[in-house]
Design a protein around this ligand. Structure first.
Ligand SMILES: C[S@@+](CC[C@H](N)C(=O)[O-])C[C@H]1O[C@@H](n2cnc3c(N)ncnc32)[C@H](O)[C@@H]1O
Length: 263
C-alpha cells in the first residue's frame, strides 16, 4: 500500500459518470483504482459519487459509510448540546471575543465546525490525505447547499492539507489539538464508523506530545488539548486549567492574554 494514504485499498466510482474523477483522484493520492463490483470483504474503499467522497468498508456487517456532512442531523443535534459550550469556553470564545483558531488535528472537522459555528475563524490542518479529501468534499458540499447558516459557518473554515508543523502558521490566537485516536479510548465504546476511521489512521505516528511541544512554541495566546476525561496530561505537560465534560476534558495552556477580537 502506498505511504501517501495508508489504510485505503482503492478509489472506486459510484457510477459510470464518476469514473474519470475517481481515476484522477486515485492518481493524485497514489492509490489503486478499481471498478470491481464486488470487492473482497474487508476492503476499505474511498468512493467517489459526484462531488461527494465517502469511506466504505466492504463485507457483511460492515459499518455504514463515513463522510463529512456538516449540514447533517448529527452536527445540528450537537449544536444544541452543552458540549459545544465547553469547547468554546476552552478556546476563549465569548460574546465580545472571537479568537482565530488553528485546529492542527482537523480529522473529520467536527470540532472545527463547532468553533466556526460559535463564530470563530478556523484554519484546519489535516495531514492524512484521504481524511483531507473527505473534509474538502464536506466543506464544498456545505458551501454549495444554499443554506444561509451552513454557508456562513463553513465560510469561516479554511482547510490546509499537510502536517500543521510544516505549514506556514496561519494568523491565529489559539492552537487546538485533538490527537486522540478513537481506538485508544478504551473507556468509550468505539462507534462502528469510528472503527473505520481508526483503521485509516492506524499507521500514523503517535506524536501528539511532540505536536503539543511545537504548539507551545508558537506565537499564540493559548493552546487547548482535548483529552479523554481520565487520561494523563499530554506529554506530561501541566495545563493552566482544565474544562471537564462528561467524556472528555480540555486542557488549556495559557501563554498570554487573548486579544479582544470583536465578533
Ligand atoms: C482524533 S482526529 C481529530 C478529530 C477532530 N477533532 C474532529 O472533531 O473530527 C486526529 C486527526 O489529526 C490528524 N493529525 C494528527 N497529527 C497531525 C499533524 N501534526 N498535522 C495535521 N494533522 C494531524 C490525524 O490525521 C487525524 O485525522
Amino acid at each position: 500500500m502506498p505511504d501517501g494514504a495508508p489504510g485505503v485499498d482503492a478509489v472506486v466510482p459510484a457510477a459510470p459518470a464518476d469514473i474519470a474523477t475517481a481515476r484522477a483522484l486515485a492518481a493524485r493520492l497514489s492509490l489503486p483504482y478499481s471498478e470491481v463490483d464486488a470487492p473482497a470483504p474487508g476492503a476499505l474503499l474511498l468512493v467517489v459519487e459526484g462531488a461527494g467522497r465517502s469511506l466504505r468498508l466492504t463485507g457483511a456487517g460492515a459499518p455504514g459509510p463515513v463522510a463529512v456532512e456538516f449540514g447533517g442531523g448529527a452536527m445540528r443535534h450537537r449544536r444544541r448540546g452543552g458540549a459545544n459550550e465547553l469547547l468554546g469556553r476552552a478556546v476563549g470564545v465569548t460574546a465580545r471575543r472571537q479568537p482565530r483558531v488553528l485546529d492542527a488535528t482537523a480529522g473529520l472537522g467536527r470540532d472545527a465546525f463547532v468553533l466556526a459555528d460559535l463564530g470563530a475563524q478556523v484554519a484546519l490542518a489535516e495531514r492524512q490525505p484521504v481524511v483531507a479529501e473527505l473534509l474538502r468534499a464536506g466543506l464544498a458540499s456545505a458551501a454549495a447547499a444554499r443554506d444561509e447558516w451552513l454557508g456562513a459557518v463553513v465560510g469561516r473554515m479554511t482547510l490546509f492539507e499537510g502536517d500543521a508543523r510544516e505549514l506556514p502558521l496561519p494568523p491565529c490566537d489559539v492552537i487546538y489539538l485533538d490527537p486522540m485516536f478513537p481506538g485508544r479510548d478504551k473507556s468509550a465504546a468505539v462507534r462502528k464508523e469510528m472503527a473505520l476511521f481508526q483503521r485509516l489512521l492506524a499507521r500514523q505516528e503517535d506524536d501528539g506530545a511532540e505536536l503539543l511541544e511545537w504548539a507551545l512554541c508558537q506565537p499564540v495566546s493559548r493552546v487547548v488539548v482535548k483529552r479523554p476525561l481520565r487520561a494523563a496530561e499530554l506529554g506530561g505537560r501541566s495545563a493552566s486549567h482544565c474544562i471537564r465534560g462528561k467524556a472528555v476534558r480540555y486542557d488549556v495552556h495559557v501563554l498570554k492574554k487573548l486579544p479582544e477580537v470583536p465578533p
